[in-house]
Design a protein around this ligand. Structure first.
Ligand SMILES: Nc1ncnc2c1ncn2[C@@H]1O[C@H](COP(=O)(O)OP(=O)(O)OP(=O)(O)O)[C@@H](O)[C@H]1O
Ligand SMILES: [Mg+2]
Length: 450
């Protein structure tokens, strides 16, 4: 599908304006005309144009002056100049002055089309680059949701239902339950999947910068705003946006966000121009927003806007039957990533994994397996790979606040570590520990060391 743009044709000759409008409208662009530079500038303040086609020779404000004004006030607009008397000099001059391209008069419809298409592609590329940089930052990978258990299958059913729509989705669940993963998945199986998926980490931004981050700003709108900046909404245009940790935003932003969601339009900080955006909104939180509403921290109207379709992710302890599947999946993932041969998980380790309550949910399980793959240099993952520094601490509810350990805990740890360093060689380990093999065997049995 061809991408369309908002185009403004500034030319004192009505025939040219009409001809451009006719040709470009057929290519599904939205085209408006202005008969003078002054009028053109006024229109640009009201409305957002992506491309301006500008006649260099006009009465009143000259084309070159106008070009300069546009470059200063609307630096993200691509300007194509019409060089009236096909002099090479004026074209060169205009390009030096910051025009994106030029088209000599008289021109054919096809020539016009081509120049505009190039500009549209260029714009697309600029936005895409910004988006790609964003994506690199947030590490993108293939999304895959693991889980055969009923709670996860219920979630996936909902995901498949909601993905093809434009409905706003509120994803709730404890930390590490996969909220971002679900949002990404919804985007990827939605009709918007070829457009950007942009996340906004609401917990990480101070309120003053938040607006400019979301809505963009124009050059000079505040100290430090040295260049015009695209907001996340504009970058996400056509795609989806995820407000992560939405429960963390302050009252001012809540009001602005509500307006943006309701009106589907934004204005950049320091500008009065209204920009239409077409973005699918998703939000995630581990807070109980209803409680936040009751306590006066979160706007009720915003909550209703967001939770058109609520998706609640169960904590891992409620779908323990999938732990073996998840564990195998992560072993494979990290073995591949670290270019190690795929390891097996010893049955004892698997038992422990299944017994543990995983307060950090899937993320904690993932990190545990990753660490084990890094540490393990045997074919099978054993208990000491899993919990190297503080063996079996997985069973302690609260870690000891001062880090004090009993002598036998220390002895156990020391044996495990020495065994580990000497690659499980018991004779060498005994020798290093200054005990005989029989004593070592007895101690290993006592502490349940494999
Ligand atoms: N069902 C699942 N299958 C495979 N991987 C999963 C699953 N659920 C979560 N993960 C993985 O667990 C990690 C944590 O998931 P994610 O970041 O989506 O959680 P979150 O709920 O957004 O966490 P937080 O509240 O801390 O931001 C990610 O690496 C994600 O890929
Ligand atoms: Mg998250």
């Amino acid at each position: 599908m061809a991408i369309s743009a908002n185009i403004l044709v500034i030319d004192d000759e009505e025939v040219i304006r009409n001809a451009c409008t006719q040709v470009l409208t057929r290519d599904s662009h939205r085209v408006k005309g202005a008969e003078s530079g002054e009028r053109g500038l006024a229109m640009m303040k009201q409305e957002v144009f992506n491309i301006v086609i500008l006649d260099l020779v006009m009465p009143g404000l000259s084309g070159m002056d106008l070009l300069q004004r546009i470059r200063e006030d609307f630096p993200d607009v691509l300007v194509i100049v019409i060089t009236g008397y096909a002099t090479v000099e004026s074209a060169v001059e205009a390009m030096k002055g910051g025009a994106y391209d030029y088209i000599p008069k008289p021109f054919t419809p096809d020539a016009l089309r081509m120049v505009v298409r190039r500009a549209v592609d260029k714009r697309e590329l600029i936005l895409k680059n910004i988006f790609l940089q964003e994506e690199l930052k947030t590490k993108i990978g293939k999304v895959e949701i693991i889980g055969k258990s009923k709670p996860i299958q219920e979630v996936l059913k909902l995901v498949r239902k909601v993905a093809p729509t434009d409905s706003t989705v509120l994803i709730t669940g404890e930390s590490g339950t996969g909220k971002e993963l679900i949002a990404r998945t919804i985007h990827q199986i939605s009709p918007r999947h070829q457009k950007p998926f942009v996340t906004v980490d609401c917990g990480a931004l101070v309120e003053t910068l938040f607006e400019s981050e979301l809505f963009g700003h124009v050059k000079g709108s505040f100290t430090g705003a040295v260049a015009t900046k695209y907001g996340r909404f504009e970058i996400a245009n056509g795609g989806s946006i995820l407000f992560d940790e939405i429960g963390n935003i302050g009252p001012n932003i809540q009001a602005n966000l509500l307006r943006a969601i309701e009106e589907k339009e934004i204005t950049r900080v320091g500008s009065t121009r209204v920009i239409k955006v077409d973005v699918r909104i998703m939000a995630a939180t581990n807070k109980d927003l209803r409680k936040e509403v009751k306590e006066g921290n979160f706007r009720e109207d915003l909550l209703y806007r967001l939770q058109v379709v609520p998706i609640n992710l169960p904590p891992l302890r409620e779908w323990k039957e999938d732990i073996p599947l998840l564990a195998e999946y992560f072993v494979e993932k990290f073995s591949k990533k670290m270019k190690k041969p795929k390891k097996a998980i010893s049955p004892r380790v698997m038992d422990k994994l299944c017994q543990y309550s995983w307060p950090g949910n899937v993320r904690e399980l993932e990190n545990t397996i990753e660490r084990a793959i890094v540490l393990s240099d045997r074919e099978t993952i054993e208990l000491d790979d899993l919990f190297p520094s503080s063996p079996y601490s997985i069973h302690q509810k609260e870690p000891d606040p001062v880090g004090l350990k009993t002598l036998s805990e220390m002895e156990k740890e020391h044996i495990i570590r020495t065994l580990h360093i000497l690659q499980g060689n018991k004779s060498k380990t005994a020798e290093r520990l200054g005990i005989d093999r029989k004593t070592l065997r007895a101690k290993m049995k006592k502490y349940g060391i494999d």
